[in-house]
Design a protein around this ligand. Structure first.
Ligand SMILES: [Fe+2]
Length: 258
């Protein structure tokens, strides 16, 4: 069994809740799809937990923005990146500060796992955004209707299964193309040897599908299970509002799940 988490966005309450749930299930292996930081109030704590608790993490566009430069960010996201960089720099303890910066600077764009899931052979790619453009490309559910050619081209880059985050909208893309929200799948997607799928695991720290609960998945045998968890949103929103550089919108969107 393994769990996959993504888009924590410096939300310590959501991350702690998800990690506790994973532990309760007895799952020891956790992979992370990036955007550990950006938007939220606890970048240091979230980085420390991800470094300590995950087997690997890939580079998200917000991790890139803090370490390198924000590219194509709106004003609020850009301000949050600069505040996050300031917060990481302000750490007095040199070893902790260096460990976080080294981690951010060494994040790969992609990881691949060749494994057996139950009796099925599987090749699983892990990227932040898209198998075609791993850090920045958005694959939206609507694309299957409005831009099916784009989804088909993206699927040309999929070997078998690809886990993504980035849009903060959980669900499964098939190459027909089609998209299924977790509800439509009773929260389970069965991986088969023949069917290609892009599995968006949703966001731990900033869900945007109008459901404000933290989202992640775990894989048991050949089944991907989508999980949603209530967490202490009130504490996170209060912290955001107390930091002048973080736009209050970042707090409101957590309440509304958008
Ligand atoms: Fe994100």
């Amino acid at each position: 069994m393994f769990a996959v988490i993504s888009d924590i966005h410096s939300n310590l309450e959501a991350l702690s809740t998800v990690l506790a749930d994973i532990e309760t299930r007895g799952i020891k292996t956790i992979y992370c799809l990036g955007d550990v930081i950006g938007y939220g109030p606890n970048p240091r704590e979230c980085l420390d937990l991800i470094i300590d608790r995950t087997k690997w993490c890939v580079l998200g566009n917000h991790d890139y923005a803090v370490f390198y430069e924000p590219t194509n960010f709106n004003y609020g996201a850009e301000q949050a990146s600069f505040w996050t960089r300031f917060s990481l720099e302000a750490e007095q303890h040199g070893a902790s500060r260096d460990r976080r910066w080294s981690f951010l600077g060494e994040l790969p764009m992609r990881q691949t796992l060749k494994t057996k899931l139950g009796t099925n052979a599987a090749i699983i790619d892990f990227v932040h955004a898209s198998p075609r453009k791993p850090v920045n490309e958005y694959i939206f559910p609507d694309d299957v209707y409005t831009n099916p050619q784009k989804v088909k081209l993206v699927f040309e880059r999929v070997k078998h299964i690809c886990f993504v985050g980035h849009t903060h909208l959980p669900g499964v893309f098939l190459d027909e193309p089609d998209f299924y929200a977790p509800d439509e799948l009773n929260n389970i997607y069965p991986i088969t040897e023949k069917e290609k799928a892009i599995v968006n695991i949703g966001s731990v720290g900033q869900p945007r599908d109008r459901d404000n609960r933290a989202s992640y998945v775990y894989v048991d045998g050949s089944e991907v299970h989508f999980v949603r968890l209530d967490y202490d949103i009130e504490t996170t929103t209060q912290k955001i509002k107390a930091i002048e550089e973080l736009d209050n919108f970042q707090a409101e969107r957590l309440q509304e799940g958008r």
